[in-house]
Ligand binder design. Structure first.
Ligand code: GLC
Length: 795
C-alpha cells in the first residue's frame, strides 16, 4: 500500500498558541517528532510517542538510557509506562507506543520543556507529563490515573527505562567486556541505583549514580533487562508484564534496566497520582536527599510551575502580533525555543545526530548565540568566552571541541570559523549598551591570554596572513560550506564568500575598536574592507551573480561558464549583507537567486546540482543530486536571502522567502508524508527539485537555521534591532500588510511598538512617536530600567 503524501494535517497535529503547545492526534507521525526537556544539566529528548533518550550533561559520556538510532521499529526505547488490568492481564501504554494493545483514545502534546500524553482505554484514563524541573537533576514522570468506569479497577502500573552504557561509543565497541562493570542495585529508599563503573572512562570522578524511584509504594522491581523484557521480546511485550510481574532482579554485570511495579486499586470515579523520578546524583547520600526532596507533597507541582514561569519570562521578552498566524507562532514560541536548544546542544544529539562525535561546533555556536542575546545576555557572554578559549595565539580556532567530555578538539582550520565571533560580541554590546566586557580576559588555547577585543583582532590578523594569490582569503579546510574542501586540497583555493563574511565582520570591528579604546585600529579595518570590496566587485563578479570561490587550479567556482554549480546562494546574499556589493550588482545577484535558485519550497544552495564537476573522477561532492549539500534547499542559507532582500528594501520578496520555509507551510505544500519532519521547528535542509524526494526535510531541530531565521524575522522583517545607540526600528514587510505590533524588552525597558503601513510600502520609516512625542530618526532612546513606552511607527 502506497502512503498518500497528502493527509489532512489537522488530523495529525494542531497548535495551541495560548498554551505554547503543539498537540498530536496520532502517534505514528512519519518520523519521530521530538521535544527537548532540560534544566541545562539534565536532559531528555522525547518524541510524540514517548521514545527518546535521557542524558546528564553529555550524551557522549553520560547517556543514561538507550536509544537505538536508525533501528526499526524507529524511536525505541523510551521512558515508558505500562498499565495492566490485573483481572484480565491486558496492558497498554499511555504513550501509545510500544505495547501492542493501543489506547482507545489518545493524544499527546509538546510544550515548553514538557511532553504530555492523555489516553484512555476501558474506562481507565491516564495523563502523563514528563519534564525536567529546575530543582533536581531528574526526569519527572507525573502520572494521573482516573477510573471512569462503573467498577473498581485493580491495576499493575509498570514504569520502565532501558539503561545504556553511558559512553555510547564504548557500548558499540567494548560492551562485551565493559557491560560486566555496570550494576543495578536496590537502595533502601525504594529506589534502583544504576552504577556505570566502567574502567578507563574519561571522567570517573564526575560520573553520577542514576536513580529510579517513585513517591508511591513500590511493589516490585527489576534491574536486569533480561528479566523484565526477555531476550526474544521487545518493549512491545515484556515478559514480566505477560508473566507474574517484576522479579526483584538486580544486576551485577549484564544488560541493565530500571523497572518499577506498583499495584493500584481505583474505585469508580477515583483519581490517583504517582510520580516517578529518573535522575542522578553523585553519591547514595545525595540520592537519598534528592528523593526526600522529590517525595515532598508539593515538589512536582512546584517544579512544573517554575518551569512554566521560566519559559513565560524568557519568551515574554519579545512578542509580536503579525497579520500572519504561522509567522507569529514561530516568532513568539517555536523559533526562539528551538534556537535556545541549539545554543545548549550545538549539533550534538537529535533524531538524526547520534550524540557521539560532535561536541560544540565553533562556527555553529557562534551563530547560535545571536538568537539568545535578546533573552539572556549572561549566558551569551559565557558562551562567547567559552568559544574564545578555543582560539590560538595566531588567531585561528578549533573547529569542534568537547568542553564537557575533555576530549581533544577537532583542529581543522577553516577560513570562516574564527571570524564569526565578532558578530555575537557586537550584538551583545548593542543589547546591553555596555562594552566593558570587551576588556575581560580569556586565555588562548595554546597559552597566554588577551582581552575579548584582543582575541577578535587576532582573528582578523589570522585571515590577513592567509590571503591567496588573488587576494581573497584562502579557503583552508573549507568555509561555511563544509563540502568545499575538494576545491582547495592543494591549499591554493580561495573563498570569495569568506571575503564577504570578513567584510561583514570588519564593519563590526570598526565599532568594536572604538568601544574597546583602540580607535587606532579602525583605519586598518577600513582599508582591508575596501581592498576586499574591490576584489568582490571585480574578480568576484561573474556578470549576473557573484562567484563562489577560486579553485586550486585558478578557475572560478560558481560561474556561468561551467555546466554544474554555476551559481551558489551564499555569495549572492552576503554580497549585500556585507555592504560590499555595488548597488546594481547586489540587486542583480538577488534577482539571479530568484530566477535560478528559488523553488516553491525554498531556495537551493547551488544550481545545477553537481554530478561530474569539476572532474568526473573527483566531483566536488558525493551527495546525490538535490540532497544535503548538493542542490538541496539549505534552510540555514535561506535565512540570509531574507536578510539580503530586507536590506535591499524588497519586503515582498523577503517575506516570500520567509514564509515558504515555515515548517507548517512547507509541510502543507509538500504533504505530510513527503516533508516528514516536525511542523514546529526548522530543519537543516529539504531535498531539492532535482531529487525524486523533493520536499523531504532533514536534520531538524539542531541547525543554524533556528538562530538566523529568528534574526531575519525579528531584526529584518519586523526590523527591531538592538543598535549601539538604542533600539533601531526599520521594518521591511510585505506591502499588503497593514502593520503589526510587537513588545520588546531592551536594556530593562519595555517598548510596545505599533507599526502602521497605511502607505502600503515595504520599507521606510516616515515617523516615530514615543508616548505621543515625535522623535528624530529611527533609533528609540534608552529610558531608565522599568519604564514602559508606547512607540508608534508609520511607514
Ligand atoms: C552543517 C554544519 C555547518 C555548516 C553547514 C554547511 O549545517 O553544521 O557547520 O556550516 O552544514 O556546510
Amino acid at each position: 500500500m502506497k502512503k498518500p503524501t497528502h493527509q489532512p494535517l489537522e488530523q495529525t497535529f494542531r497548535f495551541h498558541d495560548d498554551k505554547k503547545e503543539v498537540e498530536f492526534l496520532r502517534h505514528d507521525t512519519p518520523t519521530p517528532w521530538m521535544n527537548y526537556l532540560s534544566n541545562g544539566t539534565f536532559h531528555t529528548m522525547m518524541s510524540q510517542a514517548g521514545g527518546g533518550v535521557v542524558f546528564y550533561k553529555s550524551p557522549q559520556i553520560w547517556r543514561i538510557t538507550r536509544y537505538r538510532f536508525f533501528h526499526l521499529p524507529t524511536d525505541r526505547s523510551g521512558p515508558y509506562i505500562y498499565l495492566q488490568d490485573r483481572d484480565n492481564g491486558e496492558y497498554w501504554c499511555p504513550t501509545n507506543e510500544p505495547a501492542y494493545a493501543r489506547p482507545a483514545s489518545w493524544k499527546s502534546a509538546h510544550g515548553m520543556g514538557y511532553t504530555r500524553f492523555e489516553a484512555e482505554r476501558d474506562g481507565l484514563a491516564a495523563k502523563t507529563v514528563y519534564f525536567v524541573g529546575p530543582y533536581e537533576n531528574s526526569l519527572i514522570w507525573n502520572l494521573t490515573l482516573t477510573n471512569n468506569s462503573g467498577s473498581a479497577k485493580s491495576l499493575n502500573v509498570f514504569a520502565y527505562a532501558e539503561f545504556g552504557m553511558m559512553e555510547f561509543m564504548r557500548e558499540l565497541q567494548w560492551q562485551c567486556y565493559n557491560k560486566h562493570q555496570v550494576s543495578v542495585t536496590y537502595l533502601d529508599k525504594e529506589a534502583l541505583v544504576y552504577k556505570y563503573g566502567v574502567e578507563n572512562q574519561p571522567k570517573p570522578d564526575e560520573t553520577p549514580l542514576v536513580y529510579f524511584a517513585s513517591d508511591a509504594p513500590l511493589y516490585a522491581y527489576d534491574g536486569d533487562r533480561d528479566e523484565f523484557i526477555g531476550t526474544y521480546r521487545s518493549e512491545a511485550n515484556p515478559e514480566a508484564i505477560e508473566g507474574d510481574g517484576c522479579t526483584n532482579s538486580t544486576l551485577l554485570g549484564g544488560d541493565p534496566c530500571g523497572a518499577l511495579q506498583f499495584q493500584v486499586t481505583l474505585q469508580p470515579g477515583e483519581t490517583r497520582t504517582l510520580n516517578m523520578f529518573l535522575g542522578c546524583a553523585m553519591t547514595e547520600e545525595e540520592i537519598a536527599a534528592a528523593l526526600d526532596h522529590s517525595r515532598q507533597k508539593d515538589f512536582v507541582a512546584k517544579s512544573f510551575a517554575a518551569l512554566t514561569a521560566n519559559w513565560a519570562d524568557y519568551l515574554g521578552k519579545l512578542e509580536c502580533q503579525l497579520p500572519d498566524e504561522e509567522a507569529s507562532r514561530m516568532i513568539n514560541i517555536w523559533n526562539p525555543y528551538q534556537a535556545e536548544r541549539n545554543f545548549q546542544f550545538s549539533r550534538n544529539i537529535s533524531f538524526y545526530a547520534t550524540g557521539t562525535f560532535r561536541g560544540v561546533g565553533y562556527r555553529d555556536t557562534a551563530q547560535d548565540i545571536l538568537s539568545v542575546i535578546p533573552f539572556d545576555q549572561e549566558r551569551a557572554k559565557d558562551k562567547i568566552k567559552l568559544l574564545l578559549g578555543q582560539q590560538y595565539q595566531d588567531g585561528h580556532v578549533n573547529h569542534y571541541f568537547f568542553p564537557t567530555e575533555g576530549w581533544e578538539p577537532v583542529t581543522s582550520i577553516h577560513s570562516d570559523d574564527h571570524l564569526w565571533t565578532a558578530l555575537p560580541v557586537w550584538d551583545l554590546a548593542a543589547e546591553t549598551g555596555d562594552a566593558s566586557f570587551l576588556q575581560e580576559t580569556v586565555p588562548y588555547y595554546d597559552g597566554g591570554e588577551d582581552t575579548i577585543y584582543g582575541h577578535l583582532k587576532r582573528a582578523i590578523d589570522f585571515t590577513a596572513s592567509k590571503l591567496g594569490p588573488n587576494g581573497f582569503p584562502l579557503m583552508l579546510r573549507s568555509d561555511w560550506n563544509d563540502q568545499l574542501f575538494r576545491v582547495c586540497r592543494k591549499g591554493k583555493g580561495e573563498s570569495i564568500w569568506t571575503a564577504m563574511q570578513l567584510g561583514t565582520v570588519l564593519l563590526k570591528m570598526q565599532d568594536l575598536a572604538v568601544l574597546a579604546g583602540h580607535p587606532e585600529d579602525v583605519e586598518g579595518y577600513r582599508k582591508m574592507y575596501a581592498e576586499q570590496q574591490e576584489l568582490v566587485n571585480t574578480l568576484g563578479w561573474d556578470g549576473k551573480w557573484f562567484r563562489r570561490a577560486v579553485m586550486d587550479d585558478g578557475r572560478f567556482l560558481g560561474s556561468d561558464i561551467h555546466d554544474e554549480a554555476k551559481i551558489w546562494l551564499n555569495s549572492q546574499t552576503w554580497a549585500t549583507l556585507s555592504g560590499m556589493a555595488e548597488e546594481s550588482k547586489g540587486i542583480q545577484a538577488m534577482d539571479s537567486v530568484r530566477e535560478m535558485l528559488d523553488t516553491e519550497l525554498g531556495i537551493k544552495k547551488l544550481h545545477p546540482s553537481i554530478t561530474t564537476f569539476p572532474d568526473p573522477a573527483d566531483p566536488l561532492t558525493n551527495y546525490n543530486k538535490g540532497t544535503g549539500e548538493n542542490g538541496a534547499v539549505f534552510c540555514h542559507a535561506n535565512t540570509w536571502a531574507i536578510i539580503a532582500e530586507c536590506m535591499l528594501g524588497r519586503g515582498d520578496q523577503a517575506y516570500k522567502y520567509y514564509r515558504q520555509l515555515i515548517p507548517q507551510v512547507a509541510m502543507e505544500k509538500a504533504g505530510l508524508n513527503r516533508y516528514k519532519a516536525e511542523p514546529y521547528v526548522y530543519a537543516s535542509n529539504l531535498f531539492g527539485p532535482e531529487s525524486d524526494k523533493f520536499g523531504l526535510a532533514n536534520v531538524s531541530w539542531l541547525s543554524g537555521t533556528a538562530a538566523w531565521m529568528y534574526v531575519a524575522a525579528t531584526q529584518y522583517i519586523m526590523g527591531i534591532k538592538a543598535d549601539l545607540e538604542g533600539l533601531r526600528i526599520d521594518p521591511c514587510i510585505p506591502s499588503e500588510w497593514e502593520g503589526f505590533t510587537a513588545k520588546r524588552r531592551f536594556r530593562g525597558c519595555e517598548y510596545h511598538i505599533t507599526v502602521t503601513n497605511t502607505s502600503r510600502s515595504c520599507k521606510g520609516v516616515k515617523e516615530i512617536r514615543v508616548d505621543g512625542r515625535l522623535i528624530d530618526g529611527n533609533v528609540l532612546p534608552v529610558y531608565p530600567a522599568g519604564t514602559n513606552v508606547q512607540v508608534e511607527v508609520v511607514l
